[in-house]
Design a protein around this ligand. Sequence first.
Ligand code: FAD
Length: 289
Amino acid sequence: MKWFDYAAPKTLSEALALLAAHPGARMLAGGTDLLVQMRAGRKPADLIIDIKNIAELNELRYERASGLTLGAAVACYRIYGDAAVSRAYPSLHQVASLIGGTQIQGRASIGGNLCNAAPSADSIPLLIALGATCRIAGAGGERVARVEEFCTAPGKNILAAGELLVSMHVPAPRPGSGASYLRFIPRNEMDIAVAGAGVAVELENGKFRSARIALSSVAPTPLFVREAGDWLTGKPVNGESIAGAAEIAKAAAKPITDMRGTKEYRRHLCSVLTRRALETAVRRAQEVQ
Ligand SMILES: Cc1cc2nc3c(=O)[nH]c(=O)nc-3n(C[C@H](O)[C@H](O)[C@H](O)COP(=O)(O)OP(=O)(O)OC[C@H]3O[C@@H](n4cnc5c(N)ncnc54)[C@H](O)[C@@H]3O)c2cc1C
């Protein structure tokens, strides 16, 4: 690995000033993607800005009325270790506990998972399904973007030069709501998803009031299948409705064939995983009604 400078700013404004002065600098959250990519020569950098000491990026705050603020550098173990967050968002607890293994979860952040913008990133379909937004800061001020707009190509995102991700906001769970993420990997853990499905539903009087469905590993970016969720709206909560949405998700997938699976297999997985994730989300929603 080539030499690089290292800075560990304590404030957001300090980090933004460093970023403005060094456009080629890279952010280090947990480093579980970045260091691997730097070692492989895929992400050269002259300056690494460690963002773990900045208060806003380490905020993990859940409020019943306003929802969850998840700082971009918050490591996965803090999410599943927080009883209130785990109770309010069991699906987030689920995703934070399946990224890598225990050692990876001690460092890896959901913000890093999102900024790395891998089509296979496990947290992104769930964040999309939950309707999460991103707080982005740069020298010119701040802006907010929806997670489904964030990834633009494999490894690419909407952050402009000089911008960084501060935090994500997940809306407060409404009564009758539930969510889930399921992936298929050939091993039990420490593998990249062949396909994954993140879903969130809201139920009312035995019908779907709303639903959001997103997929991983079946397109160049995590794929929001808006039409599958819209199709469920107003339909009765039963196996037939769920199977219909799963078929729409399958039809929306644009997978490739690679060493992990053929495109036909991945499409099949989209249907199975969406159906099973919806069944879990419905069960969770019925438990909190
Ligand atoms: C053994 C192993 C197992 C893994 N298993 C999984 C898995 O099961 N599922 C999965 O999805 N991933 C997995 N990963 C990949 C990785 O752990 C995750 O993507 C993780 O969430 C990345 O978070 P991080 O904090 O380590 O990010 P980092 O490596 O610190 O950063 C990732 C990228 O985002 C940029 N970045 C980070 N934070 C910001 C910010 N706030 N603003 C702007 N840019 C930023 C960095 O510059 C870098 O380019 C695995 C990796 C390893 C090594």
